[in-house]
Design a protein around this ligand. Sequence first.
Ligand code: GLN
Length: 310
Amino acid sequence: MPVDLAELTAEIAAAMAGAEDRGQVARYIPELAGVDPAQFGIAIATADGRMFAAGDADTGFSIQSISKVFALTLALGKVGDQLWERVGREPSGNAFNSIVQLEQEHGIPRNPFINAGAIVVSDVNLGGHQPRVAIGEILRFVHYLTGDDSIAIDEAVAASEGATGYRNIALANYMRAFGNVRHSPELVLGLYVHQCAIEMSCRQLALAGRYLMLDGRHPDGGRVVSPGRARRINALMLTCGHYDASGDFAFRVGIPGKSGVGGGILAIVPGRASIAVWSPGLTEAGNSRLGGQALEILARRTGWSIFSPP
Ligand code: GLN
């Protein structure tokens, strides 16, 4: 019998509302430290055009590293496979903001979803322009994907990270020394912190991810990326989307997912669903604790997995 997604999302939201161990909200970005951890939202956009949402699915949150999916999509559109000369495609096995592999690997980050990789992607997206131009481009892309022009950047979050993001400043300067960051690190990070500070609700994020469940198509019929590129982005989400906990996420949930330190996760079931979950408390690896649990329950109850027949 097909699972009733309206019932299931409501059931998951109710279970998460009562959860005790919610994890810790990110504190290293001062503006995120004050977010109330007692929140949970879930939204599922299905391939046949329906939407199921429960809990705090309409509350906006900072998408943070989930923006790396949209930024990667844009950068591949600009430079195609040449991007892979500057960024790898291997899971790092290290924390999202780690610098340790960059020295041995000559300033080439392991993948586009750790901070170092996303900073190179920002360098590509900057393309000789001022950050404001590239920020406008990524925001317009998100508006196009969702059909929702109200999505905006939380300037307080961007400023907060801009003023305190010493590790990212170090990463950008280090890669600049290897020639793998080509603009001034200040401009590159200006773009990076603003894309991370895009605020979206679960409902909006689930809409934004639809092209990845539809083999690269926009639900309006337009093509966002080729089918092959959509599959590769999904592959990177599965292998690298949760940093050094990516293997665990694949094991427990079994679908591509990209997390952010704002507590959101975008997860894709190819051909079936684009899912967004959000709860601000994080695990030690910096992934939403309840978000991961919710996706685990959802995958088990629906049977959704890229490792079993549809
Ligand atoms: N803006 C955050 C940072 O650079 C994004 C990290 C994340 O979401 N994992 O630290």
